[in-house]
Design a protein around this ligand. Structure first.
Ligand SMILES: [Fe+2]
Ligand SMILES: [Fe+2]
Length: 184
């Protein structure tokens, strides 16, 4: 799926000299850096709240990937010759809070709890997918090939996490449907 980039990589010189675009790029990186770091605290809580092993394992796998996402962003800061800096991401703060309230409002060990955890987690993944997709494009526009590759790598993992959540949701729904038929 990855397209071969023919330009030499490794350059940290911006192709576009537009300072406003450059600022937007750096601010967006600070924003997702905050988001990823907060997800490292929020995702284990979601895993703990989940009732099925399949869902817990899926979230735990993504916690390990999220640790890598933080490290990759630190590499991006290094390429930009800037210190890693987090800027509060209001959107992610809201999405995490929504996930927490879903957990509080649903019963422990209920199927509804898992549906809620999946819904909240997918909203989070979709936000990350949108962010990394835009950052990858912006990096290409600014001539930062190596950074574009880094964002693409994380983007693929966010998409895979989202896909896995869809599969867990579908298999649970199928299971529920099967049990209901048996009961009839
Ligand atoms: Fe991430
Ligand atoms: Fe993610």
């Amino acid at each position: 799926m990855a397209t071969k980039n023919t330009r030499a990589s490794g350059s940290t010189k911006a192709k576009s000299q537009d300072p406003a675009l450059q600022k937007l790029f750096v601010d967006s990186i600070k924003d997702i850096y905050w988001a990823e770091k907060h997800l490292l605290k929020a995702l284990p809580k979601m895993s703990k709240a989940a009732t099925t092993q399949e869902l817990k394992e899926g979230i735990d796998k993504h916690v390990a990937e999220t640790e890598e996402h933080v490290v990759r962003l630190e590499r991006v800061f290094e390429l930009l010759e800037k210190k890693p800096q987090a800027k509060k991401c209001d959107a992610m703060e809201g999405l995490i809070a929504e996930g927490q309230s879903i957990v509080e409002e649903t019963e422990d060990d209920s199927a509804t709890r898992d549906v809620g955890v999946i819904m909240a987690s997918q909203k989070i993944e979709h936000y990350e997918i949108a962010t990394y997709g835009c950052l990858k494009q912006l990096a290409i526009t600014l001539g930062y090939e190596e950074m574009a590759g880094i964002f693409d790598q994380t983007l693929s993992e966010e998409m895979a996490a989202d896909q896995l959540l869809t599969e867990v949701a579908e298999s649970s729904i199928n299971y529920e449907a099967a049990t209901e038929e048996e009961e009839e």
